[in-house]
Structures are given as structure tokens and as C-alpha cells.
Design a protein around this ligand. Sequence first.
Ligand SMILES: *[C@@H]1O[C@H](CO)[C@@H](O)[C@H](O)[C@H]1NC(C)=O
Ligand SMILES: *[C@@H]1O[C@H](CO)[C@@H](O)[C@H](O)[C@H]1NC(C)=O
Length: 283
Amino acid sequence: MAKRSNISHTLLSSMYVFLCVVGFSECSSISTFLYSGCTQQRYTPNSPYEWNINSLLTSLVNSATYSAYNNFTVVGSTQQDAVYGLYQCRGDLAMPDCAACVARAVTRAGDICRGTCGGAVQLDGCFVKYDNATFLGAADKTVVLKKCGPSVGYNPDAMGSRDAVLAGLAAAGGNFRVGGSGGVHGVAQCTGDLSYGECQDCVAEAISRLKSDCGTADYGDMFLGKCYARYSVGGAHDESKAHDKSNHGGVKTFSIIIGSLAGVAILIIFFAFMSKICGRQGK
Ligand SMILES: *[C@@H]1O[C@H](CO)[C@@H](O)[C@H](O)[C@H]1NC(C)=O
Ligand SMILES: *[C@@H]1O[C@H](CO)[C@@H](O)[C@H](O)[C@H]1NC(C)=O
């Protein structure tokens, strides 16, 4: 069993690298780690519950190749081994990026929440959560991550734009919302299992907390259980983007190396094949 999960771990990691290379995507920036959480309760190793978790996580990764949101329930032979899970990709991610992100999040959850009944991981581009108690379709406005940038002092123009962008996000309908004005960027999203009303309610709560808790900060991130709202003023957060770019260069170099290795492997197979054919003809 330990062997089996090592193998699926390796498969997931290679799927991540493969999708990053194929998609020429911003893999390093979408897979930026934001937060994780694991339940206190642990399951028995090699139990049916562990098999159900593995099966659920595989379903999440597969589904992310064609859909930005999905939920799964795996009920084994007994109801008490049931496991529930969902993933949500950021609304502006292309499909290869979504699948790469979910593969990455599932790998991280497996590492961080090893042996616990439930876990959740939020990366920049996607969210993954699973548990043995059902949470699908239930609103959850618990604050799970709050990050405020340095205060810019009171700048009426910047704060006016910030408040206008946030008000726009609150008023917009839909699961994924983006807005911008006067150098301020804002984004908000709910997980796909919330109703229209629950999503409005969750986003409104995240925005009101951003305003009260982050004051005049030049960026703010407010992640609640089932939604988030974020803003940045005048390209704050840019130092992380510069950092991501250099990482991206690393991924490119890596993909060139992998590509060259694949080329060499194909040549070797080709020559082995030719020598077999030639050998046969020689007889
Ligand atoms: C989840 O699993 C833990 C540990 O086995 C157990 O104590 C708890 O009751 C389970 N919760 C549900 C809803 O089945
Ligand atoms: C879960 O997925 C099923 C099938 O894809 C869908 O019909 C259902 O509405 C989803 N439930 C929630 C809570 O999102």
C-alpha cells in the first residue's frame, strides 16, 4: 500500500510537470501555495477509508481536465467509510492549467494531511477539499486566511477606487468575479456548490472583512470556507510575480531538458527497432 501511494504520488507529480510543459502555462504562479488545513481525526492505514480517499482524489484530478468545478462522493461497502470532496479552479484558468493546479493541490494535500480523515489546500489557481463529514452544498463563512499588505496611509484616490472595485465585486452575480479601476484589481470567487444567494452572502462577508480588517493596506486577501475576495492597489504583490517569472524560466529549462531526454529515448528505441529488423533480414 505504501508502495502504491508512492506510485500514485509520482504519477501525479509527472502529470503536473507534463501538463505544465504541454500547456506552456503559468504553472509556477497558479500553484503558489496559500493555505492548508487538516482534520484532527486520523484514519487507520490500509483501511477501506484510505482506498476511498485515493479513489476520490483520483476522480478530482481526472475531472479537472474537463471542468472547472466538480464534487464527488465515494461510498465504499459501508456508509461510515464515505468520503466527500470537491475542487474549484479559478474562473479564468484554461483547462490544462486547471488540471495541473488540481494535480498539484492533491499532491500537496497528500503530503501535508498524511493520514488525516480530511484536508483542504488552496493554491493561487485552485482549491481542493475532502472530508468524511459532508460539507457539499453547505455555506461556510469561517475565516481561513487573512493577509493584508503594508498600509499605504490614507490615500483618498486609491481607497476610493478600492472601495468602488469591491462594491462592483459584491454586486456582480456569478461564481467568479473580476474588476478593476484606477490601478486597483479585484477578484472574488465561490466554490461551485453554493447557491446564488449563498455566494452573494459569502462574497459580501469577505468584502466587508477586507474593508474592516485591511484598512488602507495596498493589498488584501480574505479567504472564507467557501469563497474569497482579494484586491491589490497599483500592482502591489508584484514582487511575488517577478519571483514567479524566474521560477517559470526554471520550468522552461526543465521542460527543454525533459524534451531532449525524450528525444534521445525515441532515438534509442528507433535504433533498437532498426537493428532488430536488420538482424532479422540478415538471417
Ligand atoms: C469521521 O471519522 C472519524 C474518525 O474515524 C470519526 O470519529 C467521525 O465520527 C467521522 N465522521 C463522520 C461524519 O462519519
Ligand atoms: C455534485 O455533483 C453532482 C453531479 O455532478 C451534481 O448534480 C450536484 O448538484 C453537485 N452537488 C453540489 C452540492 O454541488
